[in-house]
Design a binder for this molecule. Structure first.
Ligand SMILES: [Zn+2]
Length: 444
């Protein structure tokens, strides 16, 4: 028995101010070198160009006047004149423009794992209700036209010449569109490309420019989409949920969207985290939220969620944890979902629309028996220093966790004063009780 067993220190400050960080779950080692933290983030903004008339709603293929450029829609959220929200499913092609969708879930035109992947590797077939929907969509002339138009775009983008596409029979082209109905890679699109009243092309609408109510709809709709993808494919073990904001973060368009990808593995990150979780079921309290609290890294807290400046990440990262006892996002109560939404929204708003970032969700994979909290990482994709990493596997980060906290906290106070984010406790106002995550509490 080890009498003096203790965990490594996740944060170590050297005499010269260098902050060495170790990620408790991935083992990633990161150093922040002093004197670099107060520099600007190093983001190059494009020169503003005035918006052409009508460009607000048709700047890219995700825009609201271009519904026919995305594959057949699975669902949409509409807002009624009285302010109530409604989710509508399987809107036929001829009714796509009857309402304006605040959010839409559509198949990704270029899937990471296609329908063919599941079909060839697992014998996956379209579930009956999806096959019925495909038949119904294609039976309408507008629907058939829509599908043919989108598949032609896809075939040409995949390298087929217009002549080759034209030489294919209509049935062959329709066959190539199976993934539009039974695929496991969806995109959730927000309505706005630009903020209301924008006059130039830099005034983009991001997660942080939504109202807290709009963001809550965005989050709930995404959670429902992930649960649906998982329920439709019994070979899927996980649905990866992420948001790439701006091109340096991997986005194809500067139009707010999330992606949902069903995969047949848990992912390396989860396997590593689970080794630690098996050894210590309370590890997400002890090594994440408690540790952040003892280290004064908590940024904000509300009843069901907490955010802190993350440590041991290659890119500067804000971590947002759900305190819920429920491991799956779709098992959260409406209040718990709202608390997570408010926290994620506030972190985006404080990060700022100009910062390229990835929002990554982590939650319990379908075949895991251990309880774990739902957590969301917001990673700022600003430049890191290359070269050193390749030689050492130690990442140099220009902004350490304390600099993240000090950048975000004053912005949160200002945003809260302006009622642009929901009410929450900020920094020193937070209770920071140990073991605030309830995933590990025994059930009665
Ligand atoms: Zn757009």
């Amino acid at each position: 028995m080890h009498l003096f067993l203790r965990e490594p220190s996740w944060l170590t400050e050297m005499a010269d101010g260098t902050l060495k960080q170790l990620n408790p779950f991935s083992g990633t080692e990161v150093w922040t070198v002093p004197g670099r933290g107060n520099r600007p983030l190093g983001i190059k903004l494009p020169d503003p160009a005035p918006l052409a008339p009508g460009e607000q709603t048709k700047a890219c293929s995700f825009c609201s006047e271009r519904y026919l450029e995305t594959p057949p829609e699975k669902s949409r959220v509409v807002r009624h004149a009285d302010g109530t929200w409604e989710t509508r499913y399987r809107t036929p092609a001829e009714h796509l423009f009857d309402t304006v969708a605040e959010f839409r879930r559509v198949p990704n035109l270029f899937e990471i794992l296609s329908f063919d992947y599941w079909h060839a590797n697992y014998g996956y077939r379209l579930p009956e209700r999806i096959a019925e929907r495909k038949a119904r969509y294609l039976a309408s002339p507008a629907g058939r036209q829509h599908v043919l138009g989108v598949i032609d775009t896809k075939l040409r983008a995949s390298g087929k010449s217009p002549a080759e596409v034209a030489a294919m029979s209509e049935d062959a082209r329709i066959e190539a569109a199976s993934g539009f109905f039974g695929g496991g890679h969806d995109v959730v699109l927000a309505r706005r490309h630009f903020v209301d009243g924008a006059t130039d092309n830099t005034q983009l609408a991001s997660s942080g420019t939504l109202t807290p109510d709009e963001h809550a709809q965005f989050l709930n709709f995404t959670v429902e989409g992930a649960a649906t993808l998982l329920s439709l494919n019994r070979y899927a073990r996980y649905v990866a949920v992420f948001q790439n904001w701006l091109k340096p973060a991997g986005a194809s368009f500067d139009h707010l969207h999330k992606q949902l990808v069903a995969i047949d593995e848990r992912g390396v990150q989860h396997e590593l985290a689970m080794t630690r979780l098996r050894a210590n079921p309370n590890v997400f309290n002890e090594d994440a939220v408690n540790y952040a609290a003892y280290s004064n890294l908590i940024i904000a807290e509300n009843e069901h969620a907490v955010a802190f400046a993350g440590f041991g990440h290659r890119y500067p990262t804000i971590e947002i944890y759900s305190k819920s006892e429920h491991s799956n996002p779709w098992d959260h109560t409406p209040d718990e979902l709202r608390a997570m939404s408010d926290m994620i929204h506030a972190m985006h708003a404080a990060t700022g629309v100009d910062v390229p970032c990835n929002e990554e969700w982590h939650y319990r994979p379908a075949d895991v028996d251990l309880a774990m909290p739902w957590r969301v990482m917001l990673k700022w994709r600003i430049s890191t220093l290359a070269g050193f990493e390749g030689a050492t596997k130690i990442y140099l980060n220009t902004i350490g966790p304390y600099a993240i906290r000090d950048r975000v906290v004053p912005k949160l106070y200002a945003l809260r004063d302006q009622h642009k984010i929901a009410q929450m406790d900020i920094a020193s106002e937070c209770a920071c009780r140990p073991n605030s995550l309830k995933y590990n509490r025994p059930r009665h």
